[in-house]
Design a protein around this ligand. Structure first.
Ligand SMILES: Cc1ncc(C[n+]2csc(CCOP(=O)(O)OP(=O)(O)O)c2C)c(N)n1
Ligand SMILES: [Mg+2]
Length: 272
């Protein structure tokens, strides 16, 4: 295992603990979909995106389109010192930087205010088109949910991305197989997403979204003239036995007792 993967594994555990602590304290938030995208965010922010700082006007762009899962980004920002440690106690409090969905003016690496599912995909696609027209070589990354992929606007955006040959654009789909109140298969089966995206004209990779090596490799993939989609299979509620694959934890916070069990499990997993 490469040295940085060990560091990232530790970071993932600490991020998961923070996600649960902030949701529990606020008694609200969306732990399931936050826990599933931790490794995706780590690879994006630690290795893939090019930036000097979040304020760098020329940096790559990131849109957290499945914005309800933002505790994952806040946990990263807390771990990395972009937020003060005590700000963890301000999650979902009125007027703070840590709102229930990220706010562009308040949150680092937030290039769109998400919340209405699907809109972020369209915004990211428009951004990439704008950069291409200006010959600005920067990349645009957008994180999409699988339930979010039910939204028609996702497919309008995808068609435009392929039509305009937006090869600076990457969609990452967090395929945790579960949405708000059931599995994606039972609510609105998406079919074979790889085939769907390829049929539109995307370069498509299907990987394990908890595997750092697979993520890094997929992000290195590029084909001139084609937008890229990374279909990342994950587990909703990853790392907490009673949350994994269970839609009950889509938008519900653990109480103090449940939090203690989750933190213990995560701590134990860090010694594996
Ligand atoms: C347009 C719109 N419809 C409904 C919602 C309410 N909502 C928030 S999260 C969610 C489910 C999303 O599922 P998925 O994309 O699979 O998210 P994840 O599993 O990654 O948490 C829904 C229906 C919303 N935010 N926007
Ligand atoms: Mg989902």
């Amino acid at each position: 295992m490469k040295e940085w993967y060990k560091e990232w594994k530790k970071l993932a555990v600490e991020m998961r603990k923070k996600i649960l602590m902030m949701c529990s304290e606020a008694n609200s938030g969306h732990p399931g979909g936050a826990l599933s995208c931790v490794e995706i965010l780590i690879v994006l922010l630690e290795k893939v995106m090019k930036y000097e700082s979040p304020e760098d006007p020329n940096r790559d762009r990131f849109i957290f389109s499945k914005g309800h899962a933002v505790p994952a980004l806040y946990a990263y920002l807390l771990e990395k010192g972009y937020f003060e440690p005590e700000e963890i106690h301000t999650f979902r409090k009125y007027g703070t930087r840590l709102q229930g969905h990220p706010i562009k003016e308040k949150c680092p690496f937030t290039d769109f205010n998400p919340g209405s599912l699907g809109q972020g995909v369209s915004a990211a696609t428009g951004m990439a088109l704008g950069y291409k027209m200006k010959n600005d070589p920067r990349n645009v990354y957008v994180l999409i949910g699988d339930g979010e992929s039910d939204e028609g606007i996702v497919w309008e955006a995808a068609s435009a991305a392929a039509h305009y040959h937006l090869d600076q654009l990457t969609y990452i789909v967090d395929l945790n197989a579960v949405q708000l109140d059931g599995t994606t298969a039972e609510i609105m089966n998406l079919g074979d997403l790889k085939k769907r995206y390829e049929a539109i004209g995307f370069l498509a990779d299907e990987i394990n979204g908890h595997d750092f090596e697979e993520l890094v490799k997929a992000f290195e993939h590029h084909e001139e003239g084609k937008p890229h989609v990374i279909l990342a299979h994950t587990i909703k509620g990853k790392g907490v036995s009673y949350m994994e694959g269970n839609c009950e934890w889509h938008g519900k916070a653990p109480n103090a007792e449940q939090l203690a069990i989750a933190l213990k499990e995560l701590e134990e997993s860090s010694h594996e």
